[in-house]
Design a protein around this ligand. Sequence first.
Ligand SMILES: [Zn+2]
Length: 339
Amino acid sequence: MDRQTEQFLRDMPKVELHVHIEGAIRPQTVLQLARRNRVALPADTVEGLRDWYQFRDFQHFVEVYVAVSRCIRTPEDIELVFREFLLGQSEQNVLHTEATYTACTIQKFAGIPWNEQSSAICSARDWAAAELGVSLGLILDIVRGDSVDRAYEILEWATSGPEVGVVALGLAGMEWLGTKEYREVFDEAQRRGLSIVVHAGETTGPETIWDALEHCHADRIGHGVRCLEDPVLTQHLLDHQTHLEVNPSSNVCLGVFPSFGVHPLGRMVSEGLNVSLNSDDPPMFSTTLTGEWLKSVETFGWDRETVHRLHRNAVEAALVDDVRREELRRLVLSDVASA
Ligand SMILES: [Zn+2]
């Protein structure tokens, strides 16, 4: 890649729709929180963490993810993690981020009630908006395997007031556990006008994407990268221009595809699917959003028009009000177009 293209990809204003707060904690901060809160981890150096972040499979990834989440013990920890996250987004010129946060895990392990969690998050978000000029939409997720009561509780938190800034109810975790028991929770979320984003078609095939669309009222699909295995589904996604949040390095690190070079993202884009590029859990997968852009443009040979199209997909799929969308169109799209 020539230096000019590389600089352009680093500098260009970005939007990210799929990234997890706990999966994005800086390695130094994971160690700092573990020390401060006397949480035992299998590593006490950044290099050690890097080794620990070599995942055998999705199940192993979930175990590591939960262990990292357990390092958060206080509202101050939450605020620190969110502030550092938003600073990192700002450093990559990510102007708007929609990030998933598993509040129920933090409540379970650290015993921090939702109102205290949300005020820590709001304080970090307001700081980032004022000081860095970046915006954050929060996605609170249900983890497959959670009880239905817990899922309802998460829905209550998500709809507890507009000032909290929750833009969607999410569903994550092990896809093979299914969604059946949560259907009425998603029905209720839809009745309340809350958007819904569902991880599907990552570790399992097209059937979970159908399930997310037909039974969970998903507005966007997290991953969806196995959709090409089903031509009827692919056509459905094309017809409805359903947005798919793709995270290629994550898929390679978790063994969904053997290498970046054979990842279907290039084909998904050339077939006209509505996709965006995202980083999922960047330090755990040794990447950043900018890193995903560099690798994707290099691997799939995207021209500026394709880069622009993916930005437009993300801006139009963002869960923001009309004023912010217009701002993002102006700030992100005109800048990329004029490059
Ligand atoms: Zn994810």
